[in-house]
Write a protein that binds this ligand. Structure first.
Ligand code: FES
Length: 76
């Protein structure tokens, strides 16, 4: 494992949420934490439409959320 790797992996799903796998703590702006105890995977809203932020509630599908971003390899 390189210094840039960790046990937490965040994957941007196609036109959907960020899927977070691993033991991640999700803090609010005041330093409080949402209860993610025992959840191996969480989905964080990136469309802005969830009624259960910061978590995805599936609303992105109804909104037709589209995100075309892709990671670009260094040196390419
Ligand atoms: S990404 Fe799913 S509700 Fe926003």
């Amino acid at each position: 494992m390189s210094e840039n790797e960790s046990d937490v992996v965040i994957t941007a799903l196609e036109n959907g949420p960020y899927l977070v796998t691993g033991a991640a703590r999700v803090n609010d702006p005041d330093g409080g934490a949402w209860d993610t105890e025992g959840r191996a995977t969480i989905a964080l809203c990136r469309c802005g439409g969830s009624k259960n932020k910061p978590f995805c509630d599936g609303t992105h599908s109804a909104l037709g959320f589209a995100a075309a971003e892709r990671a670009v390899e260094e040196g390419t």
